[in-house]
Design a protein around this ligand. Structure first.
Ligand SMILES: [Cu+2]
Length: 176
């Protein structure tokens, strides 16, 4: 009788801690999303809109609200291999400055060419586009979906351009 009760309690505890871990650990970072060429000072980043159903598809690689940070050394060329995997919604991508509020829709990109073509309308489901730019100036930026309302709903992650960084990196970060 006692053993059964202890066993039952331990099982409940185990279930509770798994649920807690799932809540706090967030989506997984796939190191394969980043491909760096240090000789060429260039980095390719796989960026998938609606990779998971998180936030109704309003996510990049499953992350929302700044919970993923791409860091690149200043002056490197960045290619975003952008793909929209959303079955329902169009999405776009744009690099914008990290300001007090996330823009409602398209703004001037932080670097020349740092935006997909149809920022407003977005790319339809299943399509993609390579977005290539030079991360010319150090600072804090957002990788942001400019389809009106998507960014403010949380469809943005972070880009840090760093003069101290020797190589690009990818890490899960505290959400907004
Ligand atoms: Cu979007």
């Amino acid at each position: 009788m006692l053993a059964t009760r202890i066993g039952g309690g331990a099982m409940l505890l185990a279930v509770a801690s798994v649920a807690l871990a799932a809540q706090t650990s967030g989506p997984a970072v796939d190191p394969g999303w980043l491909r760096a060429d240090s000789a060429a000072r260039s980095v390719a980043v796989t960026l998938v809109a609606a990779l998971t159903p998180a936030s109704g598809g309003l996510n990049f690689n499953g992350f929302t609200g700044g919970a993923l940070t791409v860091t690149v050394p200043t002056g490197w060329t960045v290619t975003l291999h952008f793909k929209n995997q959303d079955q329902f919604l169009p999405h776009s991508v744009e690099i914008v400055r990290d300001t007090a509020s996330v823009p409602l829709g398209p703004v001037t990109p932080a670097f020349p060419h740092a935006a997909s073509k149809a920022l407003d309308q977005g790319l339809p489901a299943g399509s993609g586009e390579d977005v290539r730019f030079v991360a010319a100036k150090p600072g804090a930026y957002l990788i942001f979906c400019a389809v009106p309302g998507h960014g403010q709903a949380g469809m943005w992650i972070r880009l840090t351009v760093s003069s101290a960084a020797r190589a690009p990196s990818l890490q899960a970060t505290a959400p907004h």
